[in-house]
Design a protein around this ligand. Structure first.
Ligand code: AMP
Length: 294
């Protein structure tokens, strides 16, 4: 496994891979890797001949009062996990290399960044779309794999690639969860046992929405309230519980057609930790495993 730290070097490697008739698949991450990330790597291995994983805690997507400084970093652990999976290349640039002095260019995706996390984390998606554009320009044509755990981010990146004619195939992967339903996240490491218990309310709320949807409920407000009723008592604050169209992210109001698929997305704070989760009713399976009969 090669560790590459400079954009120019990675670009040359990727160009020569493609010149040799092989394909590249690419998994961008911020490190502190868990089984959710590793699932993206597994999918990447089925989609390309050479797998590249980037590890870069991108400063521009964190707000001034967010957790950039204390974000978990574990380069040695990450390296061992990726080596164990047979990943070919880690790209781990320094921030000063990704953002050299004098850089003043950003990429902004409008519209679908205004709600959800975009409304609560000003400039977050500007940071994401800028760094992802840079990474795509460095790696070049590839399949790029992202988690549905960051549902809005995935939609933003799909839009970006489409709007700017980037030669990148975007693949979304279902959220990987702990056995009790908690969506895996590098930020789960911040949670105390008591907070982790309360964090289970997110998947429980989504599960409740699935139960109602499966029973035929299509009133967006009823589904949203069911999630809120579960999450609100357990969270220290609720940024949002929204129910929206899964592609346009437009809010859904009133009773929807029986065939409608509906995105429910949640962002809360448990203690000082901001957690997000989501599910698409009519498309995803329920976040909690079904109880064993008897
Ligand atoms: P991050 O390191 O948090 O920026 O995440 C890197 C990639 O892993 C993103 O595409 C995330 O959506 C994805 N990811 C994070 N957690 C999960 C999860 N529990 N299941 C699937 N994908 C995930």
């Amino acid at each position: 496994m090669q560790i590459v730290k400079h954009p120019k070097e990675l670009r040359e490697i990727c160009d020569s891979i493609r010149l040799g008739g092989k394909t590249v698949s690419f998994v961008p991450t911020m490190g502190a890797l868990h089984d959710g990330h590793l699932q993206l790597v597994h999918i990447a291995q089925t989609l390309g001949d050479v797998v590249i994983v980037s590890i870069f805690v991108n400063p521009t997507q964190f707000g001034p009062n967010e957790d950039f400084e204390k974000y978990p970093r574990d380069m040695d652990g990450d390296r061992a996990k990726l080596e164990g999976l047979g990943v070919d290349i880690i790209f781990a640039p320094k921030a000063s290399v990704m953002y050299p002095k004098g850089a003043v260019t950003s990429v902004i995706v409008d519209d679908i960044t205004s709600g959800f996390c975009g409304a609560h984390r000003p400039n977050h998606f500007k940071g994401v779309s800028t760094v992802v554009t840079k990474l795509f320009n460095i790696v070049g044509p590839c399949a790029a794999i992202f988690g549905k755990k960051d549902y809005q981010q995935l939609q933003v990146i799909k839009r970006l690639v489409n709007d700017l004619n980037m030669p990148i195939k975007i693949v979304g992967v279902p959220t990987v969860r702990e056995r009790d339903g908690l969506a895996m996240s590098s930020r789960n490491a911040y949670l105390s046992d008591e907070e982790r218990n309360r964090a289970l309310s997110l998947s429980k709320g989504l599960n409740e929405a699935h139960r109602l949807y499966n029973d035929g409920e299509r009133d967006a407000q009823v589904l949203k309230n069911a999630v809120l009723d579960t999450v609100f008592p357990c969270a220290d604050s609720v940024d949002y519980v929204e129910i929206s169209h899964p592609h346009t992210l437009q809010h859904l109001i009133g009773v929807q057609p029986t065939s409608a698929t509906m995105l429910i997305a949640i962002a809360v704070k448990i203690g000082n930790t901001r957690l997000i989760d989501n599910t698409v009713l009519g498309e995803d399976s329920s976040p909690l495993p079904k109880p064993i009969p008897g």
